[in-house]
Design a protein around this ligand. Structure first.
Ligand SMILES: *Cc1c(COP(=O)(O)O)cnc(C)c1O
Length: 364
C-alpha cells in the first residue's frame, strides 16, 4: 500500500529519542513489575482524564472485566451493551457470567441509541456499558440520568476515546468506572498491551487495586480471588512520553477529519454525524456506503489501505452462538457491518495523502 491504513512505526520514529530514553530509564530502575513508572503514569493519566484515580491494568478487556468484578456483577445480573461495538465489550460481560443485553446504535453517530435504553431495562439490569466508539463520546447525559433513576452503574468503554470530551469535560470520570486500552493502534498506544481504569470513586479504586494484583492489597494476603493484570512498567514509561504528545496528535486527527468531512460532502458516502455536545478524537474515520466492498477494492487498487470496524457484529459471531441470535435480530448493527469503511487516519497521515484519498473516493 502506498498509503497504509495506519503507520505505527512512523509514530515511533517521530518520538524515537524520547521513547528510547524512557525505555532505558525503566530498565535501569530495577522495577520490573509495578513501581515508579507505573505510579507516575497513573498520576499523569488520571490528571489528563480529569479523574481522581487511575489503576493501570494489563489490557482493555481486563479493564472491563475488572470493573464488572469490582461492582460485584455476575451470574443473574444483566448488563446493557451496544450491539455495534468491538467484541471485547461483550466478552467482558460474558467473562463474569452476566447476561448480555444488546441495544442498537443510532445509525448516524453509530453509538448506542439512548432512546432505546429504557425498553432494555429489567429488574435484573445492573449496569450499562456505553462505548465511545471511533473516538466519539456516547450521549452520557441521558445514560447517567437513567442509571441514577434505576440504581444502575455506568462503566464506560473508552478504549477508543483518549482525550475526547463530552459537554466540555474530558472522558475519564463521567460514569462510575472508565475503561481504557493502550493497544498500539489506539490514540494513546503502547508498544505492547496495556490498559487502565479511571474513576472518582476511591472505594472502587481500592477494590480494583487489589483485584488486578491477585486480590491482594498486602503481599501474600489475599482477600479475594483476583487476576494478574498489571500495566507493564516499560509500557508505562513509553505511555508517559506519548501522553505528552497526545493533545497535539489528537489535533492532527481532528484536522484530517475536518478535511475528510469537507472534501467528502456530496461524494455519496455517508459521513459520520457529530453532535455539537461532543468533541471526538477520531480514533477512526468511518464512512458508510451501500457499495462498501467495491469502494474498498477500488481504494486498494490505488494503493490506499482501509479497514472494516467491524465486519461481523458480536451477536453473529460463533463465540456468541449460545446466545441464540438469528440474522435480522439486530438489523442496525447488521447493516453497519455491511456498510462501514474506516479510511486511513492517524497523527502521521499527511493532508496530502488525505487529499489523494478524497480524490479517489470522489472519482470512483
Ligand atoms: C481495543 C478495544 C478494547 C479492548 O482493548 P485491548 O487492550 O485490546 O484488550 C475494548 N473495547 C473497545 C471498544 C476497543 O476498541
Amino acid at each position: 500500500m502506498t498509503i497504509p491504513f495506519l503507520d505505527l512505526r512512523a509514530g515511533y520514529v517521530e518520538l524515537k529519542s524520547e521513547i528510547d530514553a524512557a525505555v532505558a530509564r525503566a530498565l535501569d530502575s530495577g522495577h520490573y513489575i509495578l513501581g515508579p513508572e507505573v505510579e507516575a503514569f497513573e498520576t499523569e493519566f488520571a490528571r489528563y482524564a480529569g479523574a481522581g484515580q487511575c489503576i493501570g491494568v494489563g489490557n482493555g478487556l481486563d479493564a472491563l472485566i475488572l470493573s464488572l468484578r469490582a461492582l460485584d456483577i455476575g451470574p443473574g445480573d444483566e448488563v446493557i451493551v451496544p450491539s455495534h461495538t468491538f467484541v471485547a465489550t461483550w466478552l467482558a460481560v460474558a467473562a463474569v457470567g452476566a447476561r448480555i443485553v444488546p441495544v442498537e446504535p443510532d445509525a448516524g453517530t453509530m453509538n448506542i441509541d439512548v432512546t432505546r435504553l429504557a425498553q432494555a431495562l429489567t429488574p435484573a439490569t445492573r449496569a450499562i456499558i456505553p462505548v465511545h466508539l471511533y473516538g466519539q463520546p456516547a450521549d452520557l447525559g441521558p445514560i447517567l440520568a437513567l442509571a441514577r433513576a434505576h440504581g444502575l452503574r455506568v462503566i464506560e468503554d473508552a478504549a477508543q476515546a483518549h482525550g475526547a470530551r463530552y459537554r466540555g469535560r474530558p472522558i475519564g470520570a463521567h460514569g462510575d468506572l472508565v475503561c481504557w486500552s493502550f493497544y498500539p493502534g489506539k490514540n494513546l498506544g503502547a508498544f505492547g498491551d496495556g490498559g487502565a481504569v479511571t474513576t472518582d470513586d476511591a472505594v472502587l479504586a481500592e477494590r480494583l487495586r487489589a483485584l488486578h494484583n491477585y486480590g491482594s492489597s498486602r503481599k501474600y494476603v489475599n482477600d479475594e480471588q483476583g487476576l494478574n493484570s498489571r500495566l507493564d512498567p516499560i509500557q508505562a514509561a513509553i505511555l508517559r512520553v506519548k501522553l505528552r504528545h497526545l493533545a497535539e496528535w489528537n489535533d492532527r486527527r481532528r484536522a484530517i477529519a475536518r478535511f475528510y468531512l469537507d472534501g467528502l460532502a456530496g461524494s455519496g458516502v455517508t459521513l459520520p454525524t457529530v453532535p455539537d455536545w461532543c468533541d471526538p478524537v477520531w480514533h477512526l474515520f468511518v464512512v458508510q456506503d451501500e457499495g462498501r466492498d467495491a469502494l474498498q477494492a477500488r481504494l486498494a487498487s490505488l494503493g490506499i489501505g482501509s479497514l472494516i470496524h467491524y465486519p461481523i457484529p458480536p451477536h453473529r459471531q460463533k463465540a456468541f452462538a449460545e446466545l441464540g441470535f438469528a440474522p435480522g435480530d439486530l438489523p442496525i448493527a447488521e447493516r453497519l457491518a455491511r456498510t462501514v469503511l474506516s479510511l486511513p487516519m492517524g497523527p502521521q497521515l499527511s493532508l496530502d495523502d488525505a487529499g489523494r484519498i478524497v480524490d479517489a473516493i470522489l472519482r470512483r
